[in-house]
Design a protein. Structure first.
Length: 174
């Protein structure tokens, strides 16, 4: 009888340990569609001074919801009140990769740029060129957006494993 109880206790112990281990390794999946809505609105980014890497002084970006979880937008890049570039973009959610696919076209260049965006935490979003979809850890450049509040975020650009710029973004209109 003692052997029976001992066996039952060991089995119960092993079941509890296995359940505990599984619970610790399970991660909650982030709702990419809901999190991406944080970008909706008109945002302004000021560089302050030009650097060797960046040739602009300000960006105005407007993002609107489109349909069920899609986005469209317009962005202009300025230098000392002169428009350097105007861009239009669309973004849509891809269930298979659990990422957003972004397409951007510039007014002065007919080539389309494709990228991927996804949240790695509830307040941090990464964006990389589309060609790195199979190997995101090799991507360059990497854009990281960290929301500090509902109306401000910090953008960081990493190129070849070096931070080449950090920008403050402020929402100027919802």
């Amino acid at each position: 009888m003692k052997t029976f109880y001992l066996t039952i206790m060991i089995v119960v112990f092993l079941l509890l340990c296995t359940t505990g281990i599984q619970a610790q390794t399970t991660q909650t999946q982030l709702n990419q569609v809901e999190l991406m809505k944080q970008f909706v609105g008109t945002w302004k980014c000021e560089l302050g001074k030009d650097t060797n890497y960046f040739k602009f002084s300000e960006i105005i970006s407007e993002t609107k919801s489109f349909g069920e979880g899609g986005f469209e937008g317009y962005q202009k890049i300025l230098r000392k009140d002169k428009i350097l570039s105007e861009e239009k973009f669309v973004s849509g959610y891809d269930k298979k990769s659990d990422k957003y696919i972004n397409a951007l076209i510039r007014k002065n260049n007919p080539e389309i740029s494709l990228g991927l965006s996804w949240f790695t935490s509830s307040n941090t979003c990464e964006r990389i060129p589309f060609e790195y979809i199979s190997n995101p850890e090799q991507a360059t450049p990497i854009f990281i957006y960290e929301f500090k509040s509902t109306d401000s975020m910090i953008g960081t650009v990493i190129d070849n494993n070096k931070t080449v710029g950090t920008f403050k973004w402020f929402r100027i209109k919802n």
